[in-house]
Design a protein around this ligand. Structure first.
Ligand SMILES: Cc1cc2nc3c(=O)[nH]c(=O)nc-3n(C[C@H](O)[C@H](O)[C@H](O)COP(=O)(O)OP(=O)(O)OC[C@H]3O[C@@H](n4cnc5c(N)ncnc54)[C@H](O)[C@@H]3O)c2cc1C
Length: 407
């Protein structure tokens, strides 16, 4: 078995938003870090593209904002919902400080960008096409990982292993940490449609009877998420794809002239929505963050940003301990969970309420599209009211700041 690095201080499993940002921050603090990512590139177009104000703050603190702004992106100041022919603005970022928008950047561009920035630091090592499959343990303590790479089996030894390997985390399975499954009433059918110059500009959710669709403006095309009841994609896929095209055109009539771009069922991906949370995020020598510790519902597009907030907290705690030669023990790793569990719970509770009160009702409706009560429509006339959900999803409950300066 090839030993890739004789030793590194932190081995990060998974190069998604939490893993790459954690790798960047730790390397910036002067920690020797190795990130292992199982895919050969970051080209996954199905995990969301939202860079929220909380992440923009992190980029600014790291001096990366100007470079980030040069990436192709759209800035979203408002989000609205369409109920039949009525359009209702529901979320409004305008007036929020320091950032009054969320940026939509393809996730692969964002991860490429962060990885390139991280490579400027001598302690950063990113190994693509390296899939972790096991943990090395000595004296009841995790002290490295094993896996398979392009040149065969490998092992990496480290003082700490951080699992950033997403909601199907291999590390979580191996550690058999206790967890709670919150669940979700829906799955998502994910596909693209061409965008035409006269189409609406804004990112929006369209509510129908028994279904809803979220449309993300990606300049020359729409990324669409058609929300269906949990585990019902099999029923859809038994039907001719024309049925699905008609459903999409019926939900968003301005798209009806181009639904034949959905050539067959292969061009529609099913994304299983999961919401869960570990009760314990760590064991001696290993901690989990991001979706590995708490899978998020796509509601509010908060998962990436919460994962990045976890990464900032984790880097602050580990970075300082390494710098001050403090013991990296289980008590230290527990601090990551202590810091991040409450904001995660609160956001999941918010998502749970929306799932129960809005999504489940919409999916169960068989008549005409449900409309919000008059009092909600009246309240949403106020920008201050629309600012509340914008603040919640944009900045979250406990904003993490990058504490340790450059090494
Ligand atoms: C349908 C849907 C839409 C969503 N839309 C949004 C959105 O618009 N905005 C938003 O903020 N969030 C969204 N989310 C949630 C978001 O995708 C996650 O919360 C976020 O990606 C979590 O980041 P992460 O780094 O923790 O994990 P992930 O993004 O899942 O990254 C995990 C990484 O680990 C790698 N990996 C896995 N196993 C191994 C292994 N054994 N060895 C090595 N590498 C491994 C994977 O290849 C991957 O790169 C959505 C989720 C769903 C299901």
């Amino acid at each position: 078995m090839a030993q890739l690095t004789p030793y590194c201080q932190v081995c990060i499993v998974g190069g998604g938003p939490s893993g790459i940002v954690l790798g960047y921050l730790l390397a910036r603090y002067g920690v020797e870090v190795t990130v292992l990512e199982k895919h050969g590139d970051f080209l996954r177009d199905f995990r969301g593209d939202t860079v929220h104000p909380s992440t923009l703050c992190v980029l600014e603190q790291c001096g990366l904002l100007d470079a980030f702004n040069r990436l192709p992106q759209q800035r979203v100041h408002h989000l609205s919902m369409r109920f039949g022919d009525e359009q209702l603005p529901v979320i409004d970022f305008t007036g929020l400080k320091p950032f009054d928008y969320l940026a939509l950047v393809p996730q692969w561009d964002f991860l490429d960008f962060m990885a390139e920035e991280a490579k400027r630091f001598p302690g950063f090592k990113l190994l693509m096409s390296h899939q972790v499959s096991g943990l090395i343990r000595e004296n009841d303590q995790v002290c490295g990982v094993t896996g398979q790479g392009p040149d065969g089996d490998f092992s990496v030894r480290a003082t700490v292993v951080v699992g950033c390997d997403g909601r199907d985390s291999t590390l979580k399975r191996q550690l058999t940490l206790p967890g709670t499954n919150i669940g979700a009433p829906m799955d998502v059918l994910w596909f693209k449609l061409p965008r035409k110059p006269k189409d609406p500009e804004e990112t929006m959710a369209i509510i129908g009877a028994g279904h809803m669709m979220v449309m993300l403006n990606r300049n020359d095309y729409w990324q669409a998420a058609y929300v269906v009841p949990k585990d019902s994609d099999g029923e859809w896929r038994q039907q001719p794809v024309e049925k699905f095209r008609d459903a999409v055109g019926g939900t968003a009539p301005f798209l009806a002239d181009r639904t034949d771009a959905i050539s067959d069922w292969d061009s529609v991906k099913t994304l299983q929505v999961a919401v869960d949370r570990l009760l314990r995020w760590h064991q001696p020598g290993v901690a989990l963050i991001g979706d590995a510790a708490h899978a998020m519902s796509p509601i509010g597009g908060v998962g990436i940003n919460l994962a990045i907030q976890d990464a900032v907290a984790c880097a602050n705690i580990l970075g300082k301990a390494f710098r001050n030669s403090e013991p990296i023990d289980d008590d230290l790793l527990a601090k990551i969970q202590q810091r991040r569990e409450a904001p995660t719970r609160l956001i999941q509770r918010f998502q749970q309420q929306i799932q129960k009160r809005v999504i489940s009702r919409v999916l169960a409706e068989r008549g005409s599209p449900p409309r919000p009560p008059a009092v909600i429509r009246w309240l949403l006339k106020s920008r201050r009211v629309r600012n509340l959900p914008a603040r919640l999803i944009g900045y979250g409950f406990r904003r993490e700041g990058v504490e340790t300066g450059l090494f």
